[in-house]
Design a protein. Structure first.
Lengths: 451, 426
């Protein structure tokens, strides 16, 4: 059931200035030329640039809220680390007698964990020093970045999938299922079709997109023709896809004949995405495709007729229908395009360096993480790209944090969820940090409705 | 904003003319019946299909020749389909549909049981019924949590997280204190904690309710997984060895054949779950609290005009939902298993499906949960007798059924009108 009233769910009054704030904050230049022109809310006596900068810094704009959400999430994560460490917790039992013990123990634990998170995802000074004095190669210096990009690539796709649907007024929780069907078809094309290199890769990637499109089409047509809510159907289809995958893996012709456990044959090397920085680093061409997809989605949304129709339907289906836009057709197209993106994300998981064969968990959580990425990226294509990089970094750093500091990888899930929770409730962040209420940047979630 | 038009369902044109919904369903049922009579009949063997009234092959049993049974029950399904196609009075629709579907399932079972390896041509009914209820139990609690929440207008996608947090805190505090009752209370508090977050963010901060639900699920998975690895894995003795509720036999009732051993020798959660269905059903449709809840869920502005504190009702119901779901989570860790990472494993979403399939109604949710539990139990049973039906396809059944339900094939599914819409006064 659709709700004709686009304002319900969000008391936003000024979507234009909000979008502008978001774009400026994210350094998003895609529409800079068009958004700077109409600026009705500009104050008449123009304050100095520095003054404006300081004002905006502590105002509740998107950038500040995002940054402070990160800070809050990191703080809560630190608290979790401390209360789950019996040794550190013990020092708190005599905190009144010797507070320095408790603080230094907590600081050591938390700072080391987060330092490892950073070293595993962005830059490791030790590897850099090692490269300078010749004890290790340049690959070690780039390894953290390589890991981050590897984890980020599929998230870009699924994030874009969710964001695109959001803009059209649909909440696609089914990126997980679409990625699952995508990964299945991509893998099947990867090991069943005997094709020359190059063509094989292209076919496998397109097969993944096709799988996603198919799995997006189903809720799309159910929504358009029967009015069935896409949230329910995509949740259900996620599980159908997962069970289909677990069934398919153990079938003859799919399962690796040399194995008894649930794993398929490996994708031929001719269908694998080439690695960008040599065989020792995992980063592969998927991240380039991801950037390309981001550009394509940005173009689609902002420059194409379909994108205009899509946004119109997302803003107000009734008005769009009155204006002669076929809402039915648009809903179906949104879900198909969304599915294509998610399917590409899925093919990334099996054609890239993460895995080369189907296993029950081959798609990991990219579909669900995609929802978070889309929200963190404010459902804007380039924002999604940045958000995916952040999530990829957390994932990559989390691995190092787990092996070096013994902090469970689950902490990354907690951090990711917390970041999005805080971002989704800017009023809370504002209240905590006493931000000025200027240009309140609310998350664009007025698009998703109740059942 | 505060005036809320009832959402249009104009997208789905109501069937007019000859092909009413009842006739379409009838045609589908007819096709299913034909499939059953012909295909299942052909595949079934001449073995006797025995449905024993006990835990094993022994004792009294209902028997029927496999082929005859498959064809006979298939014909029953055909007849029911034909009746619907011919047109039956509206109040007969559901009973006739029920008879048809049961016929189809029985035909299927006759085929499967008769085709099982020799010596295994029996289906222990007590086992099946007990298993169905055990597997349905978290779904029942979860779906009731959904009913409480959504009837007051707050979408609850966080059922999974509430169940998980309940299971976790039940296990943790039950282990630390060594008392099941402390564990039970802790589980309720754990579920309510996730609910509190849901309520605060959805009601106070107007965050989209589906979004916050999804994120809270991830948060629950992350927090419980993190603490599980840090505490329970390192010291399972101390943190993950909760005492368990023993089974309580209910005098008299336990002696009823089949149902007695299946239902009335269970643990406290089974009784509490079934009782809660009754209590919530009566509460929702017969008490002042229920009237207020439903009015807030359907038309908050009108309720507010009449002096109902809309937000307070919503807070209270969402918290209650968390308590119910938390206890549901404890039905795992304080009765069956010790806690493991992500142990709910999607049951929360099946509970959501049961809620929708049961049309936001406690009794409907119970029936849907039992149906899903039965599908689950059937999958276990069929894989035990080496069935040719892959268990994964049976596991898909609840999800496919829900898709069909919301697509309007099984009946109009309508959520409370204000479900998912924040209420802003004024």
């Amino acid at each position: 059931m659709t709700n004709p009233n686009p304002q319900s769910g969000s008391p936003d009054k000024e979507p234009a200035s909000e979008a502008q704030a978001a774009q400026n904050a994210l350094g998003n230049t895609e529409r800079a030329s068009t958004t700077t022109a109409p600026k009705p809310s500009e104050p008449e006596p123009k304050p100095s640039l520095g003054r404006l900068f300081l004002d905006n810094l502590w105002a509740a704009n998107t950038f500040t809220v995002t940054l402070l959400s990160l800070v809050l999430a990191v703080v809560v994560g630190a608290v979790l680390m401390i209360i789950s460490d019996p040794d550190v917790l013990h020092t708190y039992s005599y905190i009144t007698a010797r507070p320095s013990d408790a603080f230094s123990a907590s600081w050591t634990l938390v700072s080391e964990a987060y330092a490892n998170l950073f070293k595993g995802s962005v830059f490791d000074p030790e590897a850099f020093a090692g490269w300078l004095n010749g004890s290790n190669g340049w690959q070690a210096v780039l390894a953290p970045i390589s890991e981050t990009l590897t984890y980020a690539a599929p998230l870009v796709f699924t994030g874009l999938a969710v964001a695109l649907a959001f803009r059209g007024g649909l909440f696609n929780i089914g990126a997980q299922g679409q990625a699952t069907i995508g990964v299945i078809l991509a893998a099947l094309a990867g090991f069943l079709l005997p094709l020359p290199p190059g063509l094989h890769l292209l076919v496998a990637v397109l097969a993944g997109a096709l799988g996603g499109a198919l799995w997006g089409f189903i809720p799309g047509i159910l929504k358009a023709r029967a009015g069935a809510h896409e949230v329910i159907n995509t949740i259900m289809l996620n599980y159908v896809a997962t069970y289909f995958l677990t069934w398919l893996i153990v079938q003859n012709g799919v399962q690796d004949p040399k194995r008894t456990d649930a794993i398929s044959k490996a994708v031929d090397t001719s269908a694998q995405l080439p690695r960008l920085l040599g065989d020792n680093l995992r980063v592969h061409a998927g991240i380039l495709l991801a950037v390309l997809a981001t550009w394509a989605v940005a173009w689609l949304l902002n420059r194409s007729t379909l994108g205009f129709e899509l946004r119109a339907v997302g803003a107000n289906p009734d008005a769009a229908r009155t204006a002669g836009i076929s809402v039915t057709r648009t809903y179906i197209l949104i879900m198909v395009f969304s599915g294509i993106l998610a399917g590409l994300g899925g093919s990334n998981m099996v054609l890239g360096s993460t895995a080369s064969a189907l296993t029950p968990l081959v798609v990991a959580q990219i579909g669900f993480d995609g929802i978070l990425v889309a929200l963190l990226g404010r459902v804007k294509p380039w924002g999604v790209l940045l958000a995916a990089l952040l999530f990829g970094a957390l994932q990559a750093g989390g691995n190092r944090m787990q092996s070096y500091s013994g902090i469970s990888l689950e902490l990354v899930t907690v951090l990711q969820a917390l970041i999005v929770i805080f971002i989704a409730a800017p009023a809370l962040v504002k209240a905590i940090f006493q931000l000025r209420a200027a240009r309140a940047a609310r998350l664009q979630t007025s698009l998703a409705k109740g059942w | 904003m505060s005036t809320m038009a009832v959402p249009d369902v104009a997208v789905a044109p109501v069937d007019e003319g000859f092909w009413t919904r009842s006739r379409k369903v009838g045609l589908t049922l007819l096709a299913l019946g034909l499939l059953a009579a012909v295909l299942f009949g052909a595949l079934a063997t001449d073995q006797q299909a025995r449905f024993t009234l006990s835990d094993d092959a022994a004792g009294a049993a209902l028997e029927i020749n496999g082929t005859i049974g498959a064809i006979l029950f298939g014909i029953i399904a055909i007849a029911a389909g034909a009746a619907l196609l011919a047109g039956v009075p509206k109040r007969w629709f559901l009973p006739v549909l029920g008879v048809g579907l049961v016929g189809f399932v029985l035909s299927f079972l006759c085929w499967q049981v008769s085709a099982a390896p020799t010596g295994q041509n029996f289906m222990p009914l007590v086992n099946i019924i007990r298993g169905t209820f055990i597997l349905a139990l978290p779904l029942i609690f979860g779906a009731l949590a959904g009913v409480l929440c959504e009837r007051s207008g707050v979408v609850n996608v966080a059922i999974e997280g509430q169940l998980l947090m309940g299971a976790f805190s039940g296990a943790l505090f039950g282990s630390i204190s060594g008392s099941v009752w402390v564990g039970l209370v802790a589980a309720a508090v754990g579920g309510a904690f996730i609910s509190l977050l849901l309520a605060v963010f959805a009601i106070r901060y107007l965050v989209d309710q589906v979004v916050i639900g999804i994120v809270l699920n991830l948060l629950a998975v992350g927090v419980t997984g993190f603490l599980y690895e840090r505490l329970m894995q390192t010291d399972a003795e101390q943190y993950n060895s909760a005492p368990r509720f023993s089974n309580w036999e209910i005098p008299l009732l336990k002696d009823i054949p089949v149902l007695g051993p299946a239902l009335f020798r269970g643990n406290i959660f089974l009784y509490v779950g079934l009782l809660l269905v009754l209590v919530i059903h009566i509460g929702l449709f017969r008490t002042r609290w229920g009237l207020r809840t439903r009015s807030v869920g359907e038309h908050p502005t009108a309720a507010d005009t009449l002096g109902v504190k809309v937000l307070r009702v919503r807070y209270r119901n969402v918290l209650l939902a968390g308590v119910v779901a938390g206890i549901g989570g404890a039905s795992y860790t304080l009765a069956l298993y010790s806690f493991t990472k992500n142990m709910i494993g999607g049951k929360g979403f099946i509970a959501l499906a049961a809620l929708i399939f049961g049309r936001w109604n406690p009794t409907g949710a119970l029936l849907a949960a039992l149906f899903f539990g039965f599908a689950d139990q059937l999958a276990t049973y069929l894989s035990a007798i080496n069935s040719s039906i892959p268990s994964q396809f049976l596991a898909m059944l609840p999800y496919l059924a829900t898709i069909l339900a919301v697509a309007g094939l099984v009946g109009r599914v309508r959520a409370p009108a204000a479900d998912g819409k924040p209420y802003i006064k004024g």
